[in-house]
Write a protein that binds this ligand. Sequence first.
Ligand code: FAD
Length: 278
Amino acid sequence: MSKHVPISFEFFPTKTDVGAEKLRTVHQELQQLNPEFFSITYGAGGSTRERTLAAIYDFYEKGTPVAPHLSCIGDNKQRIAELLDLYKSKGINRIVALRGDLPSGQVGLGELPYAQDLVRFIREHSGDHFQIEVAAYPEMHPQAASFDTDIQHFVEKVSAGANAGITQFFFNPDAYFYFMDRVQKAGVDIPVAPGIMPITNASNLIRFADGTGAEVPRWIRKQLQAYGDDTQSIKAFGHEVVLNLCERLLADGAPALHFYTMNQTDPTRQLVKDLNLA
Ligand code: FAD
């Protein structure tokens, strides 16, 4: 019998019609696993606005619960309010609220410099219409001045009105449980879903990790290196590592899992099936 653990799947909007068609297929395949919602990323400064909207509508029209990501850095309140009104008018009621990262060359933080400002603005503008998810960093946000201040800023996002968290990906479950312990001691009691990154490609994984401040432990890096171009062995090893991670997280009380699908069906579907969560 499958367990009642909510799962959610993250996609990024594609740039071409061919990519969009492929995403529809992946969406259809993953929908069969009954996720709580699909989320779609949003480029900072609104750079993927139209493509994010297109994918959101596409999935929503098929009866799927969706959560558009919305980032605030470099943007303005009016544009964000328009987007909130649009989502509300369509009946969409969940948002992943983020600061985002400024594209290189762009200066000026905009009217809402941090995610907590965005969360506050969503509550001011739309009341309780949206369930608001925010980002959490068990291994610390790469620009945070210290672990303690990063925890404090997470707590502030929750005080501003966030209902739930989704973490950056990580491979060390102790980091997640320590983070949860710290925020709970600070009075936070919202659920925080671990963000799960399937391992399918060594160079991509290390590039993402370096860009986000997530740590790929030495033993994983070394093993991936040893497999070289042997993609089958990388996938088999990656599956085993991430499956063990998910099992440990769920055994010790993680309330949900959020999968960074990378717009692919198989790695996420295999994990969900082996975890008996479909
Ligand atoms: P914040 O919570 O604002 O934190 C950013 C930094 O500022 C942290 O170091 C924090 O400690 C610090 N800080 C916060 N408040 C204050 C304050 N008042 N004063 C001083 N410092 C402060 N990016 C995208 O562009 N689009 C996406 O769709 C997207 N989706 C994501 C989904 C998830 C689940 C995650 C984990 C990340 C995602 N990101 C996305 C990346 C994210 O935008 C970056 O990590 C960004 O650098 C921080 O966003 P945040 O919402 O965590 O920011």
